[in-house]
Ligand binder design. Structure first.
Ligand SMILES: Nc1ncnc2c1ncn2[C@@H]1O[C@H](COP(=O)(O)OP(=O)(O)OP(=O)(O)O)[C@@H](O)[C@H]1O
Ligand SMILES: [Mg+2]
Length: 634
């Protein structure tokens, strides 16, 4: 069963219990405040359980010393004094128990909220540090469940189950000692009855647990199916599959109903059986207790206390077994969280940085904090000095080979170069490896062989953050974030002024449609731009790249959904923006690439032709075939 897929909610035990417990504990005690609070909780739980046990014991003197001597006597204050005294102490004990329970619950809720805040924070930052490949190999739902299910079960464990199991254990211990103290004979009866109850729980409970797991598994399948059908609703309608999926749903829903019935039948008969058994136990104790009074072995008060203890005894015992399950599955969730946090981070051994520079009259470059529109790689030298390489957009792939999975090579021994200011086009059939080239350039993935040199620096030596900053990319699948149109464009450069944003939109030829929206640049985009057309989304993505104004621009199928006229305008705007900078264009539409300086025709991870439009047409090879329509590109 894949993790996070159907059945992910089945109760599972952590693989390495000790380690997980230690990790949870270290999160709970990572500040002095938390440590002190935990110690306070520890004592409050002891006080709470202790006072309930004490209050129950106080029944004995209340009856024996407070009530029985007064029966039949004249009612005077002196006579009633012991009664009032013991009842007051009993009330006090209960109140103390109540207050401590309330306070430790209050503290635990705060403590676990605090702990989960830190865990969530670590989870999120771990996610931001993951390499792109992780997201290619894990489903969104799988990653999401760390933030939702797993943290939620852990919260319940920390805030409720943990203090509860401690207090239940104390209650069991205390109650048992008190029962033994009051009467070993009656205690024996309670233990025998408990043994019988335990056997019942084991036989019925085992079945019930199995069926409950099955119910959870099938619930997971139903939920997964619903989720998939919500996202795939349009495709379902396009192919008229409503009936078919209704039938499929009917089947899995049926399965769920059956499993749920089985699980709950066993689950539900357990409770009444246990209830009846505890009445039987009560009757036995009361009967034999009565006999013990008659033969003067016990007092009425002691029997009253004992009966109360015996009633309070089985509850925490059944509770503990439930709590243990709950805690185990909470810890299993915690283990998944910690494994996620411990995932290997995206490595970065780069030391070359991107800096703004200014050119001195003598031609040398000097670092500046101003937005000088001139960039350089700042390369620390071995002798401690620093060298600046101006970034012009000179990109070279030398004998690069790459495979995603270490088995099937998707890029074979590719060499290419882009000179500053050139527009390089990559064309080729679907799956040829065009997008892969861009993934390698921005180091979403590491190449297996060869090298990529960017303005004289091996990209392996460049800090990833800086490398990516120097490249503006319009990815094949654009993503828009919840926020306004302006916010989305500003994503390319967070400190962009409104004018810069308008300029970028102008350049991308997006102003026209933005102005038609109800709130213009302040229109809120929701659900990944579901309220915009594909072409409009691409225009925004281009504006986002344009506002970043980087030395190198990579457009992956950026204009595929844009009409040819708008595309021409964008091209003009880009040409002026990208003067002296390098552009990689990946396009299916051949008109887009016609005016490129170099066209690289890719096929199955290799570059099979290169040249400009005229040269390639003369060559009469694959490009010629593509142009003249003798070969469909897709
Ligand atoms: N994340 C990935 N993991 C494994 N294999 C991948 C991954 N992405 C792409 N591939 C494989 O690598 C090959 C090249 O894919 P790539 O996305 O580079 O093609 P492309 O030329 O951009 O195609 P298109 O024109 O459809 O965008 C394909 O065979 C594809 O199956
Ligand atoms: Mg692609």
């Amino acid at each position: 069963m894949p993790r996070g897929g159907p059945g992910a909610y089945v109760v599972k035990k952590p693989k390495n219990l000790g380690k997980t417990v230690r990790q949870v504990f270290s999160y709970m005690t990572n500040t002095w405040k938390k440590k002190i609070l935990l110690v306070i909780v520890f004592f409050l739980v002891i006080i709470a359980s202790g006072s309930t046990i004490a209050a129950t014991y106080l029944l004995t003197p209340t009856i024996n010393l407070g009530i029985l001597p007064v029966v039949g006597e004249p009612l005077t204050f002196d006579n009633l004094k012991p009664f009032i005294y013991y009842v007051s102490i009993m009330a006090l004990a209960y109140i103390m128990g109540l207050i401590s329970t309330w306070v430790y619950n209050f503290i635990m809720i705060n403590l676990s909220a605090e702990t989960l805040y830190t865990i969530r924070q670590d989870l999120f930052s771990a996610m931001e540090d993951l390499p792109v490949s992780y997201f290619d190999t894990h489903t969104d739902g799988d990653i999401m469940s760390r933030f939702t299910n797993d943290t939620d079960t852990l919260r319940e464990v920390l805030s409720m189950a943990l203090p509860q199991i401690f207090s239940s254990s104390l209650t069991i211990l205390g109650t048992f000692s008190m029962m033994l103290f009051l009467s070993w004979q009656l205690t024996l009866i309670v233990i025998v009855m408990l043994g019988i109850m335990f056997l019942v729980i084991r036989t019925i409970g085992a079945r019930s647990a199995k069926n409950f797991q099955e119910q959870q598994r099938r619930l997971g399948i139903v939920n997964g199916y619903i989720e998939e059908m919500i996202t795939g609703q349009k495709v379902v309608k396009v192919f008229n599959h409503e009936h078919k999926i209704m039938d499929q749903f009917d089947e899995i829903n049926n399965n769920l109903r059956d499993a749920s019935t089985r699980a709950n039948i066993y689950g539900n008969i357990l409770m009444p059986i246990m209830g009846n058994l505890s009445y039987v136990q009560f009757a036995f104790c009361a009967g034999i207790g009565g006999w013990l009074i008659i033969i003067d072995q016990m007092t009425i008060g002691a029997i009253a206390s004992f009966l109360q203890y015996s009633r309070n005894f089985s509850q925490p015992i059944t509770q503990v077994s439930q709590l243990i399950n709950q805690i185990l599955s909470g810890l299993a969730g915690a283990e998944r969280i910690f494994t996620f946090i411990e995932n290997p981070k995206e490595e970065d051994e780069g030391f070359v940085e991107l800096v703004n520079v200014e050119r001195q009259p003598d031609g040398s470059l000097v670092e500046t904090i101003a937005d000088s529109q001139l960039w350089a790689w700042k390369i620390p030298q071995e002798d401690g000095s620093v060298k600046y390489n101006e970034i012009k957009g000179d990109v070279r792939f030398n004998d690069v080979s790459f495979s995603y999975d270490g088995k099937r090579e998707v890029i074979h021994d590719i060499s290419l170069f882009a000179k500053p200011g050139q527009k390089i086009a990559l064309v080729g059939a679907t799956g040829a490896g065009k997008t892969t080239i861009t993934n390698l350039l921005n180091r979403f993935y590491e190449i297996d062989e060869g090298e990529i040199i960017y303005d004289g620096v091996n990209i392996k030596d460049i800090k990833k953050k800086d490398l990516r900053k120097s490249l503006a990319m319009v990815l094949q699948d654009t993503h828009l974030f919840t926020g306004t149109i302006a916010d989305n464009i500003r994503y390319g450069k967070l400190d962009a002024t409104d004018d810069e944003i308008k300029g970028a939109a102008e350049l991308a030829h997006a102003t026209h449609f933005i102005n038609q929206l109800p709130d213009g640049f302040d229109t809120v985009i929701t659900n990944d731009g579901g309220n915009l057309s594909q072409g409009q989304r691409q225009l925004l993505a281009i504006a986002r790249a344009a506002v970043a104004n980087p030395p190198v621009l990579v457009l992956d199928e950026a204009t595929s959904s844009i009409d040819t006229r708008t595309e021409k305008f964008i091209e003009k705007g880009m040409d002026s923006l990208m003067l002296d900078r390098t552009v990689f264009v990946i396009a299916h539409r051949l008109s887009t690439v016609r005016n490129s300086n170099a066209i690289l025709v890719m096929d199955q991870g290799e570059i099979i032709e290169r040249g400009d439009h005229d040269e390639l047409m003369k060559e009469k090879g694959r490009y010629y075939q593509l142009q003249t329509g003798q070969l469909e590109l897709d």
